[in-house]
Design a protein around this ligand. Structure first.
Ligand SMILES: *[C@@H]1O[C@H](CO)[C@@H](O)[C@H](O)[C@H]1NC(C)=O
Ligand SMILES: *[C@@H]1O[C@H](CO)[C@@H](O)[C@H](O)[C@H]1NC(C)=O
Length: 155
């Protein structure tokens, strides 16, 4: 076998292993899940590479509770990969306990009132297997005059 083919095989093997590293699930402590959740949120909301975030951390048969997206990792990628990069996302708070990771994020989308979003993810060991979200949008004429993130200099 040629040396270059061996290198290609090794590179392919490493890429496959990276993609498969967290799903299917291996057992993980809460401390390990915190590290994985930070990596996931960093890829998803900071780098805004939805494909990378989902392929590395989410099960292909991911259960989805958002009303606008069917279950399955690929459906989430298709729906979000061009949408997430259009927004300014400010991470306000993240937490992981009891195999559940959640993130509170401010989403500024050009031409729309900003959103306060809580995404909740259930882990099976190393792998994210289920998602819920709750989305509130700041109304110009809201009964409550307080900003959604009042006190945190976010508006
Ligand atoms: C996103 O991540 C994927 C998988 O790692 C990679 O192939 C792609 O080039 C990345 N896209 C961007 C815009 O960085
Ligand atoms: C705010 O404006 C919308 C659209 O005009 C209206 O439907 C809604 O009732 C208003 N809400 C309040 C609290 O005034």
């Amino acid at each position: 076998m040629k040396f270059t083919s061996i290198l290609t095989l090794i590179a392919f093997g490493l890429a496959e292993r990276a993609a498969a590293a967290n799903c299917p699930a291996r057992p993980a402590t809460t401390a390990e899940q915190k590290v994985l959740f930070d990596q996931f949120i960093n890829s998803f909301y900071v780098k805004k590479n939805v494909t990378e975030a989902m392929l590395n951390h989410v099960h292909e048969n991911y259960i989805q509770h958002n009303q606008n997206v069917p279950s399955g990792r690929q459906n989430a990628i298709d729906r979000l990969k061009n949408y997430i990069p259009t927004m300014k996302a400010t991470i306000v708070k993240t937490s992981v306990s009891d195999s559940t990771g959640w993130v509170l994020v401010k989403q500024d989308i050009v031409g729309k009132p900003y959103n306060a979003v809580v995404d909740i993810f259930r882990f099976d060991g190393t792998c994210i297997v289920e998602h819920w979200d709750v989305i509130d949008s700041k109304k110009a004429n809201a009964t409550n005059p307080l900003a959604l993130f009042d006190g945190q200099n976010l508006g």
